[in-house]
Design a protein around this ligand. Structure first.
Ligand code: 8YV
Length: 319
């Protein structure tokens, strides 16, 4: 393989990924140098992007890369990439599906139980010395709940299987019914919200799902309602969620994702009925290593002439 293939690396990649990319490519990292400078000097030579997925890969930026062939995203969600712009130019986009399904599903169950049983709040109670004064308050329970999955893709299925193993009924909302899953499809989101008391949000981000969970859905969910969001911050109307948590429209929320990461509204931070974690769903050594390897494998395979390993459906491969 030529060592003269120029790659733009966007965002803080893991050191192992950086090292592996540097073995095969000439890598220009936005953590070393402002992106504008890189594009001005190397834009015409850059043939690939490896992105952490936190900064936007938009049409204007890609227009400065006339030789761009492939964008390899670290993460399964690729809402930071302007996909129509890549399709228009036959640029392949790859993501990291499947290698994180079980990790994110395990994590989601943990976040669900932490939220319902208030584990961080109970931990804080003990550490503050308050146990000496009073036992921790009784909490809500998973025992009397019905979970409504918002989304039934690969990660959604892994989450639903785990919740089913807890003997908790699961139904789901998705645009289309999935014929091969054992859970009941509810085609209308408001109907689902009325039927259940717990929502687990695991749909792709982007314009189609923006603010899917809005004030009406939260109202329909009701005062026992718990919202768990492990998808994208954009899927939930954060302002409506804060209002609903404040005024008791719903009971609580567990959030791994936020509208404007890494900034989290102070109003949310001060709420005692929300469990907040900094987008760590897939964040283990085990799983991030697999995701990183898939980024490297996609780029190597492409430039070896063997096509992408995990192209997104929109990229239509083989052509
Ligand atoms: C990653 C994720 O933390 O895969 C995704 O879509 O949200 C997470 O697994 C994220 O992509 C890393 O930037």
């Amino acid at each position: 393989m030529s060592n003269e293939i120029h790659v733009l690396s966007m965002g803080q990649m893991m050191p192992d990924v950086d090292a592996a990319l540097a073995q095969s490519f000439v890598v220009h990292r936005t953590v070393d140098r402002p992106i504008d400078e890189i594009l001005a000097e190397h834009g015409p030579r850059i043939r690939a992007i490896a992105t952490r997925g936190r900064e936007k890969t938009d049409a204007a930026m890609m227009a400065r890369l006339p030789k761009l062939e492939i964008v390899a995203n670290f993460g399964v969600g690729y809402d930071s990439i302007d996909v129509p712009a890549t399709v228009a130019r036959d640029i392949i986009v790859t993501n990291t599906p499947d290698v994180l399904n079980d990790e994110v599903a395990d994590f989601t169950v943990g976040l669900l139980l932490s939220t319902i049983r208030e584990l961080p709040q109970a931990d804080a109670h003990l550490r503050a010395g308050n146990w000496l004064k009073s036992p921790y308050r009784l909490t809500a329970s998973l025992r009397d709940r019905t979970v409504g999955m918002i989304g039934m893709g690969r990660i959604g299925r892994a989450i639903a299987s785990r919740i089913t193993a807890f003997d908790v009924p699961v139904v789901y909302y998705a645009r289309r019914a999935q014929p091969d899953v054992p859970w009941r499809h509810v085609p209308n989101l408001l109907d689902l919200a009325r039927e259940v008391d717990t929502l687990v949000v695991i749909v792709p981000g982007g314009p189609e799902t923006r603010h899917l969970i809005n004030a009406d859905v939260l109202k329909a969910l009701g005062p026992r309602g718990i919202v768990i969001n492990v998808a994208r911050g954009s899927v939930v109307d954060e302002t409506a969620l804060i209002a609903a948590l404040k005024d008791g429209t719903i009971h609580g929320a567990g959030l791994d994702v936020f509208a404007d990461e890494p900034r989290v509204p102070q109003e949310l931070i001060t709420l005692d009925n929300a469990v907040l974690v900094p987008h760590v769903g897939s964040g283990t050594h085990h799983t991030r290593a697999r995701m990183g390897q898939l980024v490297v494998d996609n780029l190597r395979s492409w430039f070896d002439g063997n096509g992408p390993v995990t192209p997104i459906p929109e990229s239509k491969w083989p052509r």
